[in-house]
Every structure is written in C-alpha cells, then in structure tokens.
Design a binder for this molecule. Structure first.
Ligand code: NCD
Ligand code: ZN
Length: 441
C-alpha cells in the first residue's frame, strides 16, 4: 500500500464537493508533501503544472470528495484470517475510497482487551494505508454480562464500544454500559436485535419468508431494542449509536428521540438502502445478512431518514465470509455481505435516480461518521493533510471477483456492472489507491 506518492500532485478542472464547507465547484487542487496547499479556480498555475516534480491529473468529468470514514467493518483479524485480514481489509477500504475504518470486535479472540486493540493499531500503522480505529467490546467475550475495562480500551485506541453480531439484551447491563462509557465519552454502538424474537430466523419475516418456508426475523425485534435503548440513553445522558438500522419502525423511534434532543445517532448500510427481501427468493445465501433485507417500505423509510438526517451515517457492515460459510444450505449459511469496495457505486446509483442528493451522501460517508467517533473529519481544505477521493462517476465498475481486494466474494452484486469508479484515494497524506493510469488519464 505504500505506493509512490509524488511530492507534488495536481488535479485540474475537477468538480470538488465538500458539503461541510458548502463547496461544490469546478477547481484545481494542489497537494504538496501530503498536504492540500492550494484549492481553487486556476490554483494550478502554469508554473506548478510544469514543475518537474508534479504529477498532473486531468480532472475534467471527475469528482473530488473528502475521503470516507466507515463506522462498521469486520476485518476478521485475529482469528478468521481466511475470510479477511487487516491487510486485505484495509486494501479493500482504500479501493472503496476510505481513509478511516472502524473494526468491529467480534473476532477470535474478541477485542475486549488492551492487548488485541494495541495489536490491531500497530499492524495497521505498519501497513500505512487507511487508518484503522478499533471498536472494543461492551461486555467481556461479547457474552452480554460483565463490562469490559473501557478505560484501558480507550487508552489503547478504541473509538467506541459494541457487542456487534450480538445485542446487549439485558436492560440492566445496557444501562450500566451506557453509564460507564459516558465517563470515557465513548459512544455505545448497539446491534439492535431482541434475540428472543429472532431465534432460528433466516430472513425478514413477511410474505416472502412465508412463501419460502423460512423462519422470519420480525422488524419489531429491532424496534423494541431501539425504543428501550433511546430511553436508557436519555436517562443516562450517554452517547448511543444504532448499527445498521433496517426497519421503518426504528426510523420512527429515532426521529422522535432526536426531536426530543436525546444524544442518539444511527447508521444505515448500502444494502439496506438498495435491496429487499425479494432478493432472497431462490435461497441466495449472498443475500443472507443480519439484520435481514426488508421490504420496499423499509427501504423508502431508510432513504427518507438518511435524507432528512434522522440517520446520520452510511456504514458498510462489510462482513466477509468464505465459500465455506456461503456455498451451503441457506439455513447453515453465515449472515453478512462485503461492502467496502461497493458502497460508492451503490450510492451513486441512488443519486443518479434522484433518491438522494450527492451532498447528503458525501456527508453521510465522511463528516457524519467522523463526528460519531470524534475524529477530525477528512475535508477539502487548504492546509489540511490530504484525505481525499477522486471518482469517475460515469465509469463502469464491474464487480469482478478477480479484481476485488477483499479476500471474500460474498455479495449478491458479483458479476454485475455498476456505474462509478474510485480512481485515486489519499489517506494520511499518502496515496493508498491509484487506478488513474489504468483508466487512461
Ligand atoms: C456480521 C458478521 O458477519 O460479523 N454479520 C452480518 O450479517 N452483518 C455481524 C453483524 O454485524 O451483525
Ligand atoms: Zn451487527
């Protein structure tokens, strides 16, 4: 990943979009020594363009965006490196446009300790790609009972706590977790699923599950937890974040909570914004995911909630699994799909269809998630370290198994052609992904 980063990088005539500074204009960008030194119309003077040190990219027809921040990825290290590891996961993240990636703790061992957190941070740092931000477990072993040493975890580098993959079902444990996390100003990220209502569930509970004879995961199992937790967040004053919101009921509860001023935030995945339970017909295990793909009414509610800010961020829930866990009977298959390399073309499709404004998508992929974990958000600003993403919004993107950086291929979009390609990504002032030349610019 430590690819050659030129001393002087110049992108001319590019459409730069950074809603955080109300920027949407055609301009030139000059990056020198890893920092944005000039940004504006005609910023790339003849002298700069002709400089021997300069690499000049013709940005006409391209989009320049702040690089993305993912609040929710499963990088599988330690323990399941055959599905993904830090190196492959961060390479996939770089290819997707990300400068920052949060790693969920449901590894083996679970990241419930300083030792695991430190190992993750050190390994990612050595790779020099996108920054990895570990998320620590809420409870020891994610078993839902004893709280982790959050002071230690925070000190070692975690940016949030979550038992993702499992819900913290006990109200008493959740209350204590919120109170404890609050003292360290750590957000508590809940995987909202009342397991008593979803035992044995294979997909969304509705007409399709009935027809297919599969046990369903009702929306209300999510709604109940989100309702309870927002009440707990209100009475504890803690920062509460809902992972992968999938149901229209949860959207309504979040909207009410936010209107009352409760400190809640939420994320939605690209697949819940675009796919429905109808995709499961044919027992396609690539479409088995937790929470499950729901109905068009939910998809519409999620889009509306993202548009109006009820849902703050887009997070991939990149959940790689090998053919071992997916080429099997539906009931045996592990839930999850990959997302790091697909999120941008999936979202650009919604923008093209008028379902979401581009500015909102950019905010939901950069500024909003950065705020949840209290990191300095990537932005297109003179003087800032370069954390940016150059995109060709019209270029075809074939979801080719041979070209994906992730070790896993579990996506229902495999073989499909999407529109919109990431061309170049800078993270921490370095180029971490570069396909500009390969695409003839
Ligand atoms: C995730 C995984 O595989 O770790 N699976 C999934 O379907 N999303 C766990 C999770 O985020 O719930
Ligand atoms: Zn989850």
């Amino acid at each position: 990943m430590k690819a050659g980063t030129p001393e002087l990088l110049v992108i001319t005539g590019v459409r730069a979009v950074d809603p955080a500074r109300e920027l949407d204009a055609e301009l030139d960008l000059v990056v020198e020594g890893g920092a944005i030194v000039r940004l504006g119309p005609a910023a790339a003077t003849e002298e700069i363009r002709r400089s021997e040190r300069a690499r000049v990219i013709d940005g006409r027809g391209l989009l320049l965006l702040p690089a993305f921040v993912d609040l929710h990825a499963h990088l599988r290290e330690p323990g399941h490196e055959y599905k993904e590891d830090i190196r492959s996961g961060l390479a996939a993240a770089a290819a997707g446009g990300f400068a920052h990636v949060c790693a969920m703790p449901n590894t083996r061992p679970v990241n419930d300790s300083r030792a695991v957190t430190e190992a993750l941070v050190a390994k990612a740092h050595e790779l020099g790609g996108p920054v990895l931000h570990p998320i620590g477990a809420i409870t020891v072993g994610q078993r839902g009972a004893e709280l982790t040493e959050m002071a230690d975890l925070k000190d070692a580098g975690v940016v949030a706590v979550s038992d993702d993959g499992r819900c913290v079902t006990s109200s008493a444990v959740m209350r204590r977790a919120l109170e404890y996390a609050r003292t360290f100003d750590l957000p508590v990220i809940q995987h909202a699923e009342d397991h008593a209502l979803t035992e044995g569930a294979q997909m969304h509970e509705g007409a399709v599950s009935t027809r297919m004879g599969l046990r369903g995961w009702p929306r209300v199992a999510e709604d109940i937890i989100v309702a309870r937790d927002t009440l707990l967040a209100e009475c504890t004053g803690a920062r509460y974040h809902v992972a992968h919101v999938s149901s229209r009921g949860a959207v309504r509860i979040l909207r009410d909570a936010k209107a009352r001023g409760v400190a809640v935030t939420a994320e939605v995945t690209p697949h819940h914004l675009t796919l429905t339970d109808a995709m499961v017909v044919g027992y396609n295990t690539a479409c088995k995911v937790n929470p499950p793909l729901r109905e068009q009414g939910d998809v519409d509610a999620l889009r509306e909630a993202l548009a109006d800010g009820t849902i703050d961020a887009i997070a991939t829930d990149h959940a790689p699994h090998s053919t071992l866990e997916k080429d099997c009977e539906f009931a045996e298959a592990s839930p999850g799909m990959i997302g790091l390399e697909l999120v941008l073309p999936m979202l650009l499709d919604l923008v093209r269809r008028g379902a979401l404004p581009l500015a909102r998508v950019v905010t939901a992929l950069s500024t909003a998630p950065a705020k949840v974990i209290s990191i300095d958000a990537p932005s297109l600003h003179e003087g800032k370290r370069a954390e940016l993403c150059l995109v060709d919004p019209e270029a075809p993107f074939v979801v080719d198994p041979a070209r994906l950086r992730s070790k896993s291929r579990n996506t229902p979009l495999l073989g499909k052609t999407l529109t919109g390609r990431v061309q170049l990504v800078m993270a921490g002032g370095r180029i971490v992904f570069d396909e500009v030349k390969a695409n003839g610019r």
